[in-house]
Ligand binder design. Sequence first.
Ligand SMILES: NC(=O)c1ccc[n+]([C@@H]2O[C@H](COP(=O)([O-])OP(=O)(O)OC[C@H]3O[C@@H](n4cnc5c(N)ncnc54)[C@H](O)[C@@H]3O)[C@@H](O)[C@H]2O)c1
Length: 310
Amino acid sequence: MRILILGGCGFIGSHVVDELIASGHEVVVFDRYPERFRSPLPDVQFCQADFGNRGELEEVLAGGIDVVIHLVSSTAPQSSNDDPIFDVQTNLVESIALFEMCIKHHVRKVVFISSGGTVYGVPQASPVPETHPTLPLCSYGITKLAIENYLHLFHLLHGLEYVVLRVSNPYGTRQDPHRKQGAAAVFMYKILKGERINVWGDGSIVRDFVHVSDVARACLAAAESQYVGMCNVGSGTGLSIKQLIVALQEVTGKKANVNWLESRNFDVPEIVLDCSRIERELSWRPQTSLQNGLVDMQNWMITNIKSTKL
Ligand SMILES: NC(=O)c1ccc[n+]([C@@H]2O[C@H](COP(=O)([O-])OP(=O)(O)OC[C@H]3O[C@@H](n4cnc5c(N)ncnc54)[C@H](O)[C@@H]3O)[C@@H](O)[C@H]2O)c1
């Protein structure tokens, strides 16, 4: 298949590219920046443009695309409440414009990466199934949910196939440790450098860390399948921030220096995803253990710290 990856130069996107190439697909990447941590891959067609540049996007779609994997996001959970209008305009409005172009250019399917960590709000159960009520605490989650709903609408109105993947907390190689999102990478980098790490609250909040290669395999399975609908993507196992720090100390062999801060009102106390639906519908299960994933990330970070002075 000829598959377009929007945001294919980012953390998750770069792994999706690898997975699709390894499976023999033709890959087109649309991103405003080249990949940060490696040189352009020879087998990938790259279009450098902004998601809001509808002319460029339409030109790529007019070239013939079977499946679009939509990974662009202009906001993060923490920052999205600062400017919800920006969040809606750059993510929701442009995603609707994309779906209209997909209909016009006969794209079969859209795979959209949503957020298992934010769309449910404060969980009333654990693990959280897809049928759980949705009440996000941040604009990012509201916008993700609205995009999901528009995909469903476009399926009903125009027959556009879709899979929404509600991803939990991905971690792994090529995760930029200088970003605000991604506790595992940020903490590991700081522990390796001997810097203090900031923890909001007492470290008891629980998250569901899933390795990025497993997320990429879920994207591939969603693109290749006939399935239409929405699935959680996580490890299905909860890990508190304190437990994450212990695991990072074990892997790095270094002691973490923690700066304990006031808890934040948009951090839900616990979120662990029930991933039985994706196992049933797409035969997907996470394969990388936390231990192996952290060791892999450490090796990558050490190489990059030396070579690029991160
Ligand atoms: N990383 C996480 O913790 C996490 C968790 C759940 C869901 N997600 C979602 O997964 C997707 C990918 O996340 P990621 O962690 O790989 O992020 P990332 O920032 O590493 O990658 C996003 C890519 O999109 C590109 N991009 C952003 N805005 C653009 C624009 N206006 N035009 C063109 N390109 C643009 C960026 O250049 C980047 O390469 C996002 O939709 C994100 O919301 C991420």
